[in-house]
Ligand binder design. Sequence first.
Ligand SMILES: [Zn+2]
Length: 79
Amino acid sequence: MKTDGHPCRMSRHNLCAVHVRRGMLMCRAHWYMVPPELRSRINELWGACGGNILNLTPEYFEAVRAATDDVKARLELMA
Ligand SMILES: [Zn+2]
């Protein structure tokens, strides 16, 4: 198995421990809690960087923050 990857974004909030492959922001469970329009925006902005994280824009990080806040709020509602 390749170890290339990183933990799910929600691990930063101690809400997940799943390891995901490179190019994926979150594990499946958490990613699908993100509203679809935000998911496609993140995919679009990620695609625009051409696979080089150094090219990621402030808009990307803003969208990612909105997505993590959204998932966090959903997880809190479920708790
Ligand atoms: Zn996760």
